[in-house]
Design a protein around this ligand. Sequence first.
Ligand SMILES: Cc1cc2nc3c(=O)[nH]c(=O)nc-3n(C[C@H](O)[C@H](O)[C@H](O)COP(=O)(O)O)c2cc1C
Length: 202
Amino acid sequence: MKQSLTELFQRRFACHLFQPERAIPAADLEYILEAGRLSPSSFGLEPWKFVVVQSHDLKLALQTACFQQAQVGTASAVIVILAKLAELSPDSEYAQRLLAREYPGDQYAMALANYRNFCAATDLRAWSVTQCHIAAANMMTATTALGLDSCAIGGFLPDQVKQVLHIDSARYEVALVLPIGYCTETPHEKRRLPLADLVDYR
Ligand SMILES: Cc1cc2nc3c(=O)[nH]c(=O)nc-3n(C[C@H](O)[C@H](O)[C@H](O)COP(=O)(O)O)c2cc1C
């Protein structure tokens, strides 16, 4: 188990061109989305929404919104990860419902008060987007486990992505664009700094 997870991390790479004619089986797509759904989130608020784009025309429109990056237009599916905004308000029905689920009974009133204080001191947009990246990482690992490829795309024009998908800006921010499919390229050697450069034990 430990070994195979490391192998997945080694094997995943950022694919820059997919085989456009190959569709992903629906079960594989669901497996990937499930990895996103099961991801951890602060206060258990699941601040993500996954828009799965498979229409050829929409993929091309998204590619334009992503600085013409070809992996977007050639992917079998593009998962656009949206970060919730309005629903994270401590006054929203959504936030209160999920807080009550996470902190049932006697715990709820204190949890809501804590959440209200936290929100007053936090950039909720950045906080929401950051958590969507955790879901994205899990979805990328799940994609690799299926023998499929992906590429995280942070290079996009958020307003244009929202326009293409008719997304309400008050409700969602675009967190990441995640094309998936069968890559045309062979994986390159992993380029990573050694752990000694990254880790400080104290
Ligand atoms: C948040 C994020 C945004 C990224 N945005 C892009 C992007 O817009 N275009 C692209 O080609 N790769 C993008 N990448 C992929 C990285 O360039 C890639 O992961 C990195 O160079 C390491 O290569 P590897 O993933 O193949 O190991 C992004 C990765 C992350 C995590």
